[in-house]
Design a binder for this molecule. Structure first.
Ligand code: MIG
Length: 781
């Protein structure tokens, strides 16, 4: 039985096309000519988005036309046909079908044992799609590939997978059998015949995405409850889809520069002495490091916003000493507040009614690290203001960033019951509605608190989140394990997180649970050096995992790759700047840049770090060589040997233990930095660009960005931006253009270090430049 029935009539109101079906009114909103929203108020009349804030209103040209049996909406980019039963077909402007609702029979496979379907196994006693409260299925076309969905297990291409979005802390080793992890990002990208579109299903109840696992004739998304509220985002480039999605849900804001440095964590550095010992080790050994973490044991009995003064006698003094050595300290904060009538955070929260309640209005309790605890109602803006103010306690002690953990929310007794109540600013909601956005609002509160308190760009790391949390927090992928399997899985996971708006992400380098082996850490740091969040972390009870904890070789390899990371910080910062504007992730699959090359569609063990660096790490023990695919359209320079390879080919690269295969796009520029032990240790007077030439003629463009690296003054124009154009034919011609000069930096010179010059002449801004013996050219600014 269909929920809609016959299409009766329509009316246009602004950018909204309201359509009346026999049984249900729906609305189609033209957000932009290539972004369309489909909305059915099954649950509430208003949109209830937590992800889309302050959506810009565009004036859009579109036409609506009704014929006998369907309605046609035409924008400058898309044609949308709407039939009875709210069946929708979406075409590009030439009339090629992009996305069609599935019109065939709903036919899930049944398991022989017990004769039940997948949805039934999930508790949906169904024999037709109508049993899902919210459900849309689309026709599966041949050659479809799927990406996105945030942090999911398994391969890069999500075809044939079935996933659930329900933020979950499951401490067993994550494997492909896990259909859910900590984060819920209901955003799917699909490519068919090199054309891409996205679907953002903005529903934060428990949701389901099935990419042909149930039946290869269709794929679907569904929810336990809530409205149908989804966006179709047209490409045809994946890049455009990601840009469109981040226009809706927000981009990762520009971070402070130090957050791009190496970060060292452990559960837990047990006291001030041990933390100083770690810090001293980094400096004495000359291994760069910017950030140290304090895990839960720094607190007094796990009471958030307190310190255990036996272990940390003088927190401000300690953090000041560390700051003088160039270290920032990030502390963990959990949502659970210990029930303790002597504890001011608890007392304060209780007096003001800031905690979630059970269905009888009594403050809800559960067990977490502090013992019996209560849970702040982050969906309430007054609670968020209170939580934001509490950040001051940490900032006053000199803490530089906050690590939000356990915010699925997790408890020692599994997820909270469905009927725990949240005030949600006067529209009370049950836990089953609040669950997936609980962390989102904790992160938002943390962000606003830190911003207000410090005036600097907040640094937050969160475990759970929803679409849009990227505006407030970076993410790490939770409790992985020190196994090769998890190193392998981290790559597609991070690439898909990147495609899903979370371009500032990382995994626990070396692995969290279980003891790492020396070789595993050697290879993992080679990956970590290119992931935006670069943090080594390990669990209570596992062996030490700091760069020097194994042997000399492991230390040397750690040092080599951490130093490489520091060299690339200006390049990474440029990527961050770019990401803050158009959502292009730092870590991304090859197909993001090479969508016309279908060989890239299922590469799980290589990734791009920005447009110019391709990384093909070793993710197996003992591997002496590996195959590398270099995408077509560009030539590639081996970073280590400077040898050039033609794109569109598979090559074999030897991989002795200290070599991670890295390839630079021929003709491209990378902004680099001189060595330093931490960001800001030295003030340099020159910008350094490495230029990697190939033999082929090439033209490239590079944008370089500079500002104070910490404040919000860039928003009022205090930044510099440069465009560098490199064309290679018989000569090398470099053109530098200053695009913005609002920041007063200390830079006097620009240096170009040119690889593979082969005696070519170099002309910079029309001048024939003198080249040093080692192919370095310096120009004055
Ligand atoms: O129940 O704070 O994922 O990184 O070290 C475990 C202790 C709680 C889980 C986090 C992990 C952290 C650990 N936490």
């Amino acid at each position: 039985m269909n929920k809609y029935g016959k299409l009766i009539d329509y009316a246009i109101n602004d950018n909204d096309v309201k359509i009346k079906f026999e049984k249900q009114d729906v609305s189609i909103k033209i957000i932009k000519s290539d972004i369309i929203n489909f909305f059915v108020p099954f649950f509430r009349n208003e949109r209830n988005s937590k992800a889309v804030e302050n959506l810009k209103k565009y004036t859009i040209k579109f036409e609506v036309e009704k014929s006998n049996d369907f309605l046609k909406i035409k924008t400058e980019k898309l044609i949308i046909d709407i039939f009875d039963n709210f069946l929708v077909n979406i075409y590009d402007i030439e009339g090629n079908i992009l996305c069609a609702d599935y019109k065939g029979e709903y036919k899930p496979f049944k398991r022989r044992s017990g004769d039940f379907s997948l949805a039934e196994a999930e508790g949906h006693n169904i024999n037709s799609e109508n049993e899902y409260k919210v459900y849309v299925s689309k026709k599966m076309e041949d050659n479809m590939y799927f990406y996105g969905l945030g942090e999911k297990t398994g391969h890069l291409n999500k075809k044939s997978y079935h996933y659930v979005n329900w933020n979950t802390d499951n401490p067993s080793p994550h494997g492909e059998t896990f259909d859910r992890l900590y984060k819920s990002i209901p955003f799917l990208i699909s490519i068919k015949d090199t054309t891409a579109f996205g679907i953002f299903f903005d529903n934060h109840f428990k949701t389901y995405f099935d990419m042909g696992h149930d039946n290869k004739e269709y794929y679907y998304f569904a929810a336990d409850d809530g409205n149908l509220d989804y966006y179709f985002i047209y490409g045809p480039e994946v890049k455009k889809v990601v840009e469109g999605y981040t226009k809706l849900t927000g981009t990762v804001p520009l971070p402070q520069l130090w957050t791009l440095g190496y970060q060292q964590c452990r559960w837990s550095y047990e006291n001030d002495e041990r933390l100083m010992e770690i810090a001293n080790n980094f400096r004495e050994r000359g291994i760069p490091c910017d950030t140290l973490y304090l895990d839960i044991d720094y607190m007094d009995g796990y009471r958030v916003f307190t310190w255990d003064k036996n272990k940390f006698k003088d927190p401000s003094g300690l953090l000041k000493r560390l700051r003088d050595m160039g270290f920032k300290v990030v502390t963990i904060i959990d949502p659970g507040v210990k029930v303790d009538t002597e504890y001011n955070i608890y007392k304060d929260g209780l007096e003001n009614g800031y905690f979630a309640k059970d269905n009888e209005g009594i403050t809800y309790r559960n067990e977490v690290w502090p013992g019996t605890s209560v849970f702040p109602d982050f969906l309430n803006s007054n609670v968020r203001k209170w939580w934001a103010k509490n950040q001051k306690i940490m900032m006053d002690n000199g803490v530089s960033g906050i690590w939000n953990d356990m915010n699925e929310p997790a408890s020692f007794n599994g997820p909270l019951p469905d009927d725990v109540m949240f005030d949600n600013d006067g529209i009370p909601v049950m836990h089953k509605e609040a669950h997936n956005v609980y962390a989102h609002f904790m992160d938002k509160a943390t962000y606003e608190g830190i911003k207000c308190e410090t005036g600097k760009r907040p640094f937050i790391v969160t475990r759970a989140c929803y679409s849009g949390t990227q505006k407030y927090s970076t993410v790490w992928t939770g409790d992985n394990v020190s196994t090769w399997e998890h190193l392998r899985m981290s790559i597609p996971m991070l690439m898909n997180l990147g495609l899903s708006g979370f371009g500032f992400c990382g995994t626990d380098v070396g692995g969290f649970g279980h003891d790492a082996s020396a070789e595993l850490l050697q290879r993992w740091v080679q990956v970590g050096a290119f992931t935006p969040l670069f943090r080594n972390h390990s669990a209570m009870g596992t062996r030490d995992q700091e760069p020097w904890a194994f042997d000399e070789l492991t230390e040397e390899i750690n040092k080599k790759y951490i130093k490489l990371r520091y060299k690339l910080i200006p390049y990474l910062y440029d990527l961050m700047w770019n990401m803050s504007k158009n959502g292009a992730p730092v870590i991304r699959p090859l197909l993001f840049n090479y969508q016309n090359d279908k060989n890239t569609y299922e590469i799980n063990d290589e990734f791009m770090c920005g447009d110019n660096i391709l990384v093909a790490p070793v993710v197996e023990q003992g591997k002496k060589a590996r195959m590398v695919y270099l995408p077509s359209g560009d030539n590639w320079i081996d970073y280590w040997t400077k040898e050039e390879f033609k794109g569109g080919s598979y090559i074999i690269k030897e991989t002795p233990i200290d070599i991670c295969p890295i390839y630079i796009k021929a003709g491209s520029v990378i902004a680099t930095s001189e060595e330093q032990n931490y960001i800001g240790e030295k003030v340099y007077e020159k910008m350094i660009f490495e230029v990697f030439l190939g033999n082929k003629e090439s033209k490239s463009r590079y944008y370089h960005y500079l500002d104070d690296g910490e404040s919000f003054k860039y928003q009022i124009g205090e930044y510099n931006a440069y465009k560098i154009k490199v064309s290679v034919d018989d000569n090398v011609e470099i053109k530098v253009k200053t695009l913005e000069k609002g920041y007063n930096d200390k830079l006097r010179e620009m240096e170009f270090r040119i690889h593979n010059l082969n005696n070519k002449k170099v002309i910079i801004n029309g001048q024939n430049e003198k080249i040093s013996d080692n192919n370095i050219i310096t120009i004055n600014l």
